[in-house]
Design a protein around this ligand. Structure first.
Ligand code: SAH
Length: 341
């Protein structure tokens, strides 16, 4: 099996069967190798992103997601521009130099309003990067937000298999449209992040190989992956969560395929295992995204059950994540943390 890791490290590609074999390999060598390759590009540095969950209103109805529009049990909220800026202020004082504005697809946040918020954050913190994660929008909208100052955009493709995509989303959504958004974002000039769920209901190893092939084709700056975790008020309430080992192997394979990627050790990974984020870093992740959202809205932004850190203030999370990274020989740095080409 080590020959396969060698092959992946040199050729950056494998056959479908080889990918599937590596995905279920249970020796630490794969992770060690991925971590070494990460060190060559990024050293032992871990980049910080401050996550601001600024709206849980969503017009979409993704079957796995706790804030889907059909979930009438969620109390909906929106942060004001002032509240978002207050999150940035707290974050800046805690060494954050990237703010991630994430939310449901909320038509209340028009291009005008989002552009105004982006401009104001950039005026106040010119040394910081802004990442948007607000779902599918029109080309012109992405363009306006980019020109207002947004640097990066996260839009997970969720799965690159069209049939699986359809089984996880309402009929109004399509993989084709999702991919088009990613290509639009790229063309406009954003640093782009795609990503996928691991262990989504109905997902096979072949589907994950489809994800690897799509990531290779898109060649993004960032890839976010994490386990699917059921949410009690969704159609997938009774499904099983994705496995830690599979997520870790997928992270390691992606690192070997695209050594320069920015990849977070996600909150979802930390939610299925106490040391999930540390293990993610040891398998090749180099980004962490602690939550900067106000404490009173945290429990309203539950995409899945048993999410960690919902009661922890940003200052607490900042200390906690530093210690966790140190425990596995990594160090959080004060920087925008841009992609190294
Ligand atoms: N509305 C934005 C942001 C979505 S939330 C968008 O469409 O991009 C960010 C990510 O959370 C999603 O892309 C999805 O991959 C993940 N997510 C949603 N529900 C989840 C669940 N039940 N388990 C694990 N991850 C989930």
């Amino acid at each position: 099996m080590n020959a396969l890791v060698d092959k992946l490290a040199t050729e950056r590609m494998l056959t479908r069967e080889e990918f599937k074999q590596l995905l279920v390999w249970d020796e630490p060598d794969l992770h060690t190798r991925a971590c070494e390759i990460k060190h060559k590009v990024y050293g032992n540095q871990i980049y910080l992103r401050g996550l601001i969950e600024f709206t849980n209103f969503c017009k979409q109805n993704c079957l796995y997601c706790g804030i889907r529009c059909d979930n009438t049990q969620v109390e909906r909220y929106r942060l004001t521009k002032e509240e978002i800026l207050a999150c940035c202020q707290t974050g800046y004082g805690l060494d954050f130099r990237t703010f991630v504005l994430q939310g449901g697809e909320d038509p209340y946040f028009t291009d005008d309003l989002l552009a105004e918020i982006i401009r104001e954050i950039k005026d106040t913190y010119p040394d910081c990067a802004i990442t948007l994660s607000v779902g599918e929008r029109r080309y012109e909208s992405y363009k306006r937000l980019f020109h207002a100052g947004a640097d990066r955009y996260l839009l997970r493709h969720e799965t690159a298999n069209a049939r699986l995509y359809h089984s996880l989303h309402p009929p109004s959504m399509s993989l084709e449209r999702r991919k088009q958004c990613l290509y639009d974002l790229k063309e406009i000039g954003y640093q782009v992040g795609c990503g996928f769920l691991v262990g989504a209901p109905g997902q096979t190893l072949d589907h994950i190989v489809d994800d690897f092939l799509f990531v290779k084709e898109l060649n993004p700056e960032m890839v976010g992956i994490g386990p699917f975790i059921p949410h009690g008020a969704t159609p997938f309430a009774l499904e099983k969560a994705g496995s830690l080992d599979l997520v870790l192997n997928a992270l390691a394979i992606l690192r070997l395929m695209l050594p320069n990627l920015l990849m977070p050790a996600t909150t979802a990974l930390g939610s299925i295992d106490k040391r999930g984020r540390e293990l993610g870093v040891l398998a090749g992740a180099n980004v962490v995204m602690p939550n900067l959202s106000p404490l009173d809205v945290r429990r309203k932004y539950l995409l899945y059950d048993d999410k960690i850190c919902v009661d922890d203030a940003p200052k607490h999370c900042r200390g906690c994540i530093s210690r966790r990274m140190q425990s596995v020989g990594h160090e959080i740095v004060v920087t925008r943390g841009d992609y190294i080409a």
